[in-house]
Design a protein around this ligand. Structure first.
Ligand SMILES: O=C(O)c1ccccc1NCC(=O)[C@H](O)[C@H](O)COP(=O)(O)O
Length: 392
């Protein structure tokens, strides 16, 4: 393993965070708390101040921290993926064994792609993201991000806000998406002021907001996330990004996110586990997105998952079918309730009947973009979507 890492394989350091993590553990980094990436930094200084000041979801982290930590470390060190990697399998082969078809290309810099051609838009997005992250890390090393986090405001309780809203309204809590464009729909709104839209959503009953930060495909930005956070909006914020590297999670926290999106169709189990652990340490909620039954079953086997999003959009083909939510929930709803997991229905929701359909299937929150953002008055659009005023 050391020799692979020593060869400086970008693929290793960018794709399987936990393998780098394992090296840090074996080198004794554990004594200082989590370290990450080859240019990792000790997180001992002010580490506890990076946590959420108020979040019922973080009780476990605070009360039984060291036992949980040791168990998690042990699980990561002995993960099946690590054994497969040490026996010579590539990260793409290991991911494929979990049903993940999105490959990593890990081009050191564009346009050297090693002859690989992306098979779909999601793979293209991920390959571009790999390059973007490498460049971002060069511009802003992790130490700098850590400094920003120390000055950042505490995170807010994302799942708590969803649960409260559901109890108050009796309809799925709304995560309203602040999104200017998307690959499948192009420009959704010309006149796009993220703060004004966020305020309108909050005023009209949104429990949480989802802020797109990807620039190339969604015309979003981390600046938008930061602006919304600094504008005094109380709704907890999801950083809607294609996360493939821990650096992005730290950066999202620094820019004001309360939650981040982890896509099971892109991340192998070992990355999800490691990223979940990092989220807990930073006081962030992880919304883990699945699209098919295999992804759902993988995620349900991971300890500590509290929030699952079922995307009705196939991100490889753009096909949208809201019956996907029912298909994934129907034989699993009991287990999900027993584990106290909150399920979010995502994409393709336009009418009160659509909302009722996913509600009846078991979701307690919905993530909605297009049907709100395209309307002249996104506040009125919320009333239209639920068939009633959900603001009080
Ligand atoms: O929406 C796309 O075109 C897209 C393409 C590739 C990756 C992700 C994509 N969208 C993310 C989402 O699924 C949606 O932004 C979100 O669930 C809201 O969906 P909608 O209400 O249909 O806008």
């Amino acid at each position: 393993m050391e020799s692979l890492l020593a060869n400086g394989s970008a693929r290793v350091s960018i794709s399987f965070q936990s393998l780098t993590y394992r090296r840090e553990i074996l080198n004794g980094g554990l004594r200082f708390g989590p370290r990450y990436l080859s240019n990792s930094i000790p997180m001992s200084s002010g580490f506890s101040s990076l946590r959420c000041t108020y979040s019922p979801n973080n009780k476990e982290n605070i009360s039984a921290g060291s036992v949980t930590h040791a168990k998690e470390i042990d699980e990561l060190i002995h993960a099946e993926e690590v054994k497969q990697w040490e026996s010579g399998k590539s990260v793409n082969d290991i991911a494929a064994k979990q049903g993940i078809t999105i490959r990593r290309s890990c081009r050191p810099a564009p346009p050297a792609g090693g002859g690989m051609v992306p098979t779909n838009i999601l793979e293209q997005i991920i390959w571009d993201k790999e390059v973007e992250v490498i460049q971002s890390k060069q511009r802003m090393p992790v130490k700098t991000v850590e400094g920003l986090i120390k000055d950042a405001a505490p995170t807010r309780d994302f799942i708590g806000a969803l649960k409260q809203s559901y109890l108050r309204t009796g309809v799925p809590a709304l995560i309203a998406e602040v999104k200017k464009a998307s690959p499948s729909r192009g420009i959704l709104r010309e006149n796009f002021d993220p703060v004004e839209i966020a305020r309108t959503y909050e005023k009209n009953g949104a429990a949480c907001l989802s802020i797109l930060t990807d620039e190339k495909y969604f015309k979003g930005s981390f600046e938008n996330l930061e602006k919304v956070r600094k504008a005094g909006i109380k709704c907890p914020l999801l950083c809607k990004e294609f996360i493939i590297d821990l650096w992005q999670i730290y950066y999202a926290r620094a820019k004001g996110a309360d939650a981040v999106l982890l896509i099971a169709g892109v991340l192998p189990d070992i990355d999800i586990k490691y990223m979940l652990k990092t989220c807990r340490e930073l006081g962030l909620t992880a919304l883990i997105e699945v699209h098919n039954e295999r992804e759902m079953d993988r995620v349900l086997r991971i300890n500590g998952v509290q929030l699952i999003g079922i995307n009705n959009r196939n991100l490889e083909t753009f096909e949208v079918d809201i019956s996907n939510t029912r298909k994934l929930l129907e034989s699993r709803i009991q287990m999900i309730q027993e584990k106290d997991i909150t399920v979010v229905g995502e994409s393709g929701l336009f009418t009160p009947d659509d909302v009722k359909f996913v509600h009846d299937s078991g979701v307690r929150a919905v993530l909605v973009g297009e049907s709100l953002i395209k309307q002249e008055d996104p506040g009125l659009a919320i009333r239209g979507l639920f068939g009633k005023d959900i603001s009080n």
